[in-house]
Write a protein that binds this ligand. Structure first.
Ligand SMILES: *C/C=C(C)/C=C/C=C(C)/C=C/C1=C(C)CCCC1(C)C
Length: 242
């Protein structure tokens, strides 16, 4: 009789499969944590934690699908990752806006960053799928969006607002988040370049890219959320002590 509950099994030595399972559980656990901790922080910080939890929740659901797909087919379709990113990356831009709002961030900054992120992901997707033969060109077009976000948080108006805030707790968290954008996000364009015909094509086997994305996503989504969480907790404690 067919087993109704297990569609496929994870085989010994399937390390990519392991990271898909760990990824989906870690995202789920992080989501529970961020949602439950909303009650430990003061008013305006609740929205920030809610968004952190939504980011890991969206990823958890995608990982759940990607994990099954991997176990069944030993491959992972590009689509799941991009659908996840098109939802979670703009939400990360929302996080920047939310933490800077009290220090004068305008809606314009929010929309600018969301625009850059959507630009980056839509053009990246086109280069990875529809226009594969010109993936390098589309990768370059996509990188403009990435550089827009990078500029905003390292030198632009977001950075200025953080500098002018006179709030060391905010500044510390802001610079940690800026490092996620610089170092953490760099793995994605590197992965993109390893696709057949890309600048680093053949440099890494396709499975190792899945491992790198799985670990990178965990760091970039859960780690990013934890920085927001500690900022929220510290700011809540500072205001109640004052
Ligand atoms: C949780 C998921 C995150 C933080 C995903 C981030 C994705 C990127 C920063 C992707 C960037 C790309 C480029 C800069 C050029 C090539 C195409 C992309 C979309 C892979």
């Amino acid at each position: 009789m067919e087993n109704l509950f297990l569609t496929a099994t994870l085989e010994a030595g399937d390390y990519v499969g392991f990271t898909f399972f760990i990824g989906s559980m870690a995202m789920l656990a992080a989501t529970v944590f961020f949602f439950l901790e909303m009650k430990s922080v003061s008013g305006k910080w609740r929205t920030s934690l809610l968004v952190s939890g939504l980011i890991t929740f969206i990823a958890a659901v995608h990982y759940y699908y990607m994990r099954d797909f991997w176990v069944e087919n030993k491959t992972s379709p590009t689509e799941f990752r991009y659908i996840d990113w098109i939802l979670t990356v703009p939400l990360m831009c929302v996080e920047f806006y939310l933490i800077l709002k009290a220090f004068g961030a305008k809606k314009g900054l929010l929309w600018k960053m969301i625009f850059y992120s959507v630009w980056m992901l839509v053009t990246g997707y086109l280069g990875e799928t529809v226009f594969r033969e010109s993936s390098a060109t589309w990768g370059a077009i996509s990188t403009i969006g990435y550089l827009g976000i990078f500029y905003e948080v390292w030198f632009g108006s977001a950075k200025q607002l953080s500098n002018n805030s006179n709030n060391p707790t905010l500044q510390k968290a802001f610079s940690a988040l800026a490092w996620f954008i610089f170092a953490g996000w760099a793995i994605y364009p590197i992965g993109y370049m390893t696709i057949p015909g890309g600048l680093l094509s053949g440099a890494l086997p396709a499975e190792s890219m899945d491992i790198i994305y799985n670990i990178g996503d965990a760091i970039n989504k859960i780690g990013f959320g934890l920085v927001i969480y500690s900022l929220a907790i510290n700011s809540t404690n500072e205001t109640s002590a004052a």
